[in-house]
Ligand binder design. Structure first.
Ligand code: ADP
Length: 500
C-alpha cells in the first residue's frame, strides 16, 4: 500500500523524522540532536551541513526501522525552525556562512536603522510583521555585508538564499528545486503576504539581489523528487517531496485548526499561539504578527500569531533556581492541593512581555504575598500566570480580527498539566482540546505532503484523523473568573516598565 508519509521535522535543537500511516499514526521516529554555536553573546548559529546530515540520517533511520518498502512511501513533507537563514553557492552547494538562527540578535542595530528610516508601517502592511532581528531579511543582509565577496557573488547570481525548508528541499532534489513555501516566506520580512511575492522595495532597501531568492510556492504540491545518490537514501530516490510549512503553521494544521476562529497554543518553554483567520490577512493593532498559514489548492489561509516569552520556563525557574520543585511534573499536585491562589500572582516577565503589551522593560514579579502564602500558592500562581498570558494574547487576537475564538487546541510539554488546562478553560471561557497524538507539528507536514500525494483527498480529512484526548470546559463561575483576571491585570501593572 502506497499510504505512508515521511515528515522531516527540522527543529532548533534536533532533526527528526517520523513516518505516519494513512490513519495519522506515527510508525517510526528517529532523532539526532546537533550543536548550537554561540560565537558571541546574543549570536546563535548552526552548521547547515550538520543540519542536512542529521536530517538525512534521521530520515534513513526512520525508514529502515519501519521495514516498509520504498513504494509504500507516498511522499515527504517538511516542517522547520522558521526564519533561520542559509546562503549557499548554487554550483558547489556549499554554504558561505553558518546558518544564522532565528534567536540570533546580531542584526538588532540594522533593525533600529530600518525603524528610524520610517518604513515600519510599510513593513507591517506588506509583510504582516514588525521590524525585528528574528526575521530572515536582515540576516541575509548581514551575510552579504560581512562575508568576503558574498555580495559580489550574489549579484553575479552565484548564491542562493533559503530558510531551512528551502535548504532541505534543494538538497533532497539534487539542486533541482529552489523553492520556499508561503508560510516560511512570510517570516522573512521581505515577502508580500497578500500578493504572495517578494517585495522589490524591501529587497532593494536591504540590498538583497532577487535572483538569490527561492520561488514562493504553496504548502502542498510536488516540488521535486528525491535525487539519486543521496547517502543512505538511495532506496528513496524518486519519492516526491510534496509538502512544506514552518513549524507553527504545521502545528496549526496538524491540530486540525482548518476553520477560521480555531486556534492552537503550544505550551513549551514559551507559548506559541496561532489563530486561523481564514482568507483574511488581518493587521494587528496589539503587536501580533500576521503570516500565511498555508495555501492549498489555490486557497490561502492566514493566521495571527503571538507568543508568551516565558511559560514553562517559569516552572523550570521554580525548580532550578528557586528550588521549590524537585521535578516539573510535581507542580500540578501542589497547585491542585490548595483551594485557590491565596491572592498570589506570578508574572513571568523575566525577559519582558510580548504581545499585547510589548514591554521590554517589564520584569518578573510575585505580588499579593501574605504571611500565610505557601510554596503551593506560588507554584499555583506560576501555572495560572501562564494561562492568563495566553488569555491576554487570545483576547487581543479576537479584538484585532473580529473573529470569535471557537476552540483552543493545545500541545507542547506543559499541556499535560490537567490543572493548568482546566484553569485555562475557566479563565478563557472556551473549550480546551488536547489531542491524543501529540506530534502535531510533524503530522501537519505529513498531512500537507499526503494531500499532494493522494493519501488524503481534502483538507477536511484531518477532522476524521485527529482524536481528542480530553476536552476541558469552563467550570468556574464567569464572575469569579473575571474578577481573578482583573486582579491579574493589576499584577501585570506592577511588573510593567520595571527596568529603568
Ligand atoms: P520546548 O519544546 O520549548 O523545549 P517542551 O514542549 O518540551 O518545551 O515543554 C517543556 C516545558 O514544559 C518546560 O519549560 C517545563 O518546565 C514545562 N513542563 C513540563 N512538565 C510540566 C508540567 N507537568 N506542568 C507544567 N509545566 C511543565
Amino acid at each position: 500500500m502506497n499510504g505512508y508519509v515521511i515528515a522531516l521535522d527540522q527543529g532548533t535543537t534536533s532533526s527528526r523524522a517520523i513516518i505516519f500511516d494513512a490513519k495519522g499514526t506515527p510508525v517510526t521516529v528517529a532523532q539526532y540532536p546537533f550543536p548550537q554555536i554561540y560565537p558571541e553573546p546574543g549570536w546563535v548559529e548552526h552548521d547547515p551541513m550538520v543540519i542536512l546530515e542529521t536530517q538525512l540520517r534521521a530520515m534513513a533511520e526512520a525508514f529502515e526501522k519501519s521495514g516498509l518498502s520504498p513504494t509504500d512511501i507516498a511522499g515527504i513533507g517538511i516542517t522547520n525552525q522558521r526564519e533561520t537563514t542559509i546562503v549557499w553557492d548554487k554550483n558547489t552547494g556549499k554554504p558561505v556562512y553558518n546558518a544564522i538562527v532565528w534567536q540570533c540578535r546580531r542584526t538588532a542595530s540594522i533593525c533600529d536603522e530600518l525603524k528610524a528610516s520610517g518604513i515600519g508601517e510599510y513593513v507591517r502592511e506588506k509583510t504582516g510583521l514588525l521590524i525585528d532581528a528574528y526575521f530572515s531579511g536582515t540576516k541575509i543582509k548581514w551575510i552579504l555585508d560581512n562575508v568576503d565577496g558574498a555580495r559580489e557573488r550574489a549579484e553575479r547570481g552565484e548564491l542562493l538564499f533559503g530558510n531551512v525548508d528551502s535548504w532541505l528541499i534543494w538538497n533532497l532534489t539534487g539542486g533541482k528545486a529552489h523553492v520556499s513555501d508561503y508560510s516560511n516566506c512570510s517570516r522573512t520580512m521581505i515577502f508580500d503576504i497578500d500578493e504572495l511575492k517578494w517585495d522589490e522595495m524591501l529587497c532593494e532597501k536591504l540590498g538583497i539581489p532577487m535572483s538569490m531568492l527561492p520561488t514562493p510556492v504553496p504548502s502542498s504540491m510536488i516540488y521535486g523528487t528525491v535525487a539519486p545518490g543521496l547517502t543512505g537514501l538511495e532506496m528513496l530516490a524518486g519519492v516526491p517531496v510534496c509538502g512544506s510549512a514552518g513549524d507553527q503553521a504545521a502545528a496549526l494544521i496538524g491540530q486540525g485548526c482548518i476553520n477560521r476562529g480555531q486556534a492552537k497554543n503550544t505550551y513549551g518553554t514559551g507559548c506559541f499561539t496561532l489563530l486561523n483567520t481564514g482568507d483574511q490577512s488581518v493587521r494587528s493593532s496589539s503587536g501580533l504578527v500576521t503570516s500565511v498559514a498555508w495555501s492549498i489548492g489555490g486557497k490561502t489561509t492566514y493566521a495571527l500569531e503571538g507568543s508568551v516569552f516565558n511559560a514553562g520556563s517559569s516552572i523550570q525557574w521554580l525548580r532550578d533556581e528557586v528550588g521549590i520543585l524537585a521535578t516539573s511534573s510535581e507542580c500540578e499536585a501542589l497547585a491542585a492541593g490548595v483551594p485557590d491562589n491565596g491572592g498570589v500572582y506570578l508574572v513571568s516577565a523575566f525577559t519582558g512581555l510580548g504581545a499585547p503589551r510589548w514591554d521590554m522593560y517589564a520584569r518578573g514579579a510575585i505580588v499579593g504575598l501574605t504571611r500565610g502564602s505557601t510554596k503551593a500558592h506560588i507554584v499555583r500562581a506560576a501555572l495560572e500566570g501562564i494561562a492568563y498570558q495566553v488569555k491576554d494574547l487570545l483576547d487581543a487576537m479576537e479584538k484585532d480580527s473580529g473573529e470569535e475564538l471557537s476552540v483552543l487546541r493545545v500541545d507542547g510539554g506543559a499541556s499535560v498539566n490537567n490543572f493548568m488546562m482546566q484553569f485555562q478553560s475557566d479563565i478563557l471561557r472556551k473549550p480546551i482540546d488536547r489531542p491524543k497524538m501529540v506530534e502535531t507539528t510533524a503530522f501537519g507536514a505529513a498531512f500537507l505532503a499526503g494531500l499532494a500525494a493522494g493519501v488524503w483527498n481534502d483538507i477536511g480529512d484531518i477532522t476524521a484523523i485527529r482524536e481528542s484526548d480530553r476536552i476541558f470546559e469552563a467550570q468556574m463561575e464567569a464572575e469569579k473568573a473575571e474578577k481573578l483576571h482583573k486582579t491579574w491585570l493589576r499584577a501585570v501593572e506592577r511588573a510593567a516598565k520595571w527596568e529603568e
